[in-house]
Write a protein that binds this ligand. Structure first.
Ligand code: NAD
Length: 327
């Protein structure tokens, strides 16, 4: 098999490309470098600079490289931006996916893995674990494009005999090495690092939620585990050349924001107390994956814990922000 990994120079994509190549799969990366970093990829993984929105380019690359499977990570992923620019998000994340699936179907490619997100659930109901049959009610255009993407992938798969897996990632964190770290400040761990680096106290939004310590509980997954989940998905569509699967990828274990901030204090050596601000409207108190289906269908269980995520994320942060390491 030869796998095309779209968005493979991105934070998650580079981990996926390395994990799959390391496991003996042939991979080729397509990335327009709008948010990617070419240096995340080793020299022996070919990187083609181009857009997954370009159907002609896709057809040529599929033929030139003998592509037999696609792992599609390329997307816009910022929730706030998606509220301001919904048309762009629909055009790139949904329209672009139509173009890609057309090219896949025309080329006779029969295996497809799609990056979805727990954002498809929106604010999940008050349940202990969010299973795949929890209703999907996204609350922003980003989540809507991921849900529409799942529909497209499943429908195209069924119509064209493509085996598909949609992976609903929960909160992704950490890095396999500092050079591969996430450079964006879009989720809680880098946001806390950013505050500490600016000599400001971390912020916690609400400590009056109905959770054990009053702060929101989330499910964090190490990006290296997530990469292993992609490998498992790739192996599944190879072994089962029919059918579709939509599956949560998380640890099935909740961590509160308060616990996370305490852990970040331990790892960074900066123990300043957090500022508690009012709850943000619409934040679900708890969103933790039921990880059972991934274990059953993919044989995948996350191995790395939250401390490992925070430690590796901190190493990556300090590489890009040397001023952060004061201790
Ligand atoms: N990071 C998270 O916590 C998270 C959670 C759930 C789902 N996801 C999904 O995982 C995927 C990867 O996310 P990430 O965190 O690695 O983001 P990222 O921005 O680091 O990576 C996306 C990569 O795609 C590339 N790209 C974007 N549009 C492209 C296009 N049209 N053609 C070619 N390349 C393009 C970018 O240059 C970048 O390298 C996305 O689909 C995202 O929605 C991420």
């Amino acid at each position: 098999m030869t796998w095309m990994i779209t968005g493979g120079a991105g934070y998650i994509g580079a981990h996926v490309a390395r994990a799959m190549a390391g496991a003996g799969e042939r991979v080729v990366v397509l990335d327009d470098i709008s948010a990617g970093v070419p240096a995340r990829l080793p020299a022996d993984i070919p990187l083609i600079r181009g857009s997954s929105l370009d159907g002609e380019l896709l057809r040529r690359l599929f033929a030139e490289h003998g592509v037999t499977g696609v792992v599609h990570l390329a997307a816009r992923k910022q929730v706030g931006e998606s509220v301001e620019q919904p048309l762009r998000y629909y055009r790139e994340n949904v329209g672009g996916l139509v173009t890609l699936l057309e090219a896949v179907a025309d080329a006779g490619i029969k295996r497809f893995v799609f990056s979805s997100s727990a954002a498809v659930y929106g604010n999940p109901p008050d349940v202990d674990l969010v299973s795949e049959d929890t209703p999907c009610v996204p609350i922003n255009p980003y989540g809507e494009t991921k849900l529409a993407g799942e529909w497209l992938v499943r429908a195209a798969g069924r119509a064209h005999g493509i085996a598909t897996v949609c992976l609903r990632y929960f909160n992704v964190a950490g890095s396999a090495s500092p050079e591969l770290a996430d450079t964006g400040v879009y989720n809680v761990i880098p946001m806390v690092f950013d505050r500490l680096t600016r000599d400001e106290a971390p912020r916690i939004f609400g400590d009056d939620h109905p959770t054990p310590d009053g702060t929101c509980v989330r499910d964090y997954i190490h990006v290296a585990d997530l990469a292993d989940a992609h490998l498992a998905a790739a192996r599944r569509v190879q072994a089962h050349p029919e059918g579709d699967l939509t599956v949560n990828i998380g640890r099935g274990d909740g961590v509160s924001v308060r616990e996370l901030v305490t852990l970040i204090g331990e790892v960074s050596g900066d123990h300043r107390p957090a500022l508690v601000e009012p709850r943000r409207e619409g934040d679900a108190p708890r969103a933790v994956a039921d990880a059972g289906l991934a274990a059953k269908e993919l044989g995948f269980t996350a191995r790395r814990g939250v401390r490992e995520m925070v430690e590796s994320a901190w190493e990556g942060w300090c590489l890009h922000h040397p001023e952060a390491r004061r201790a």
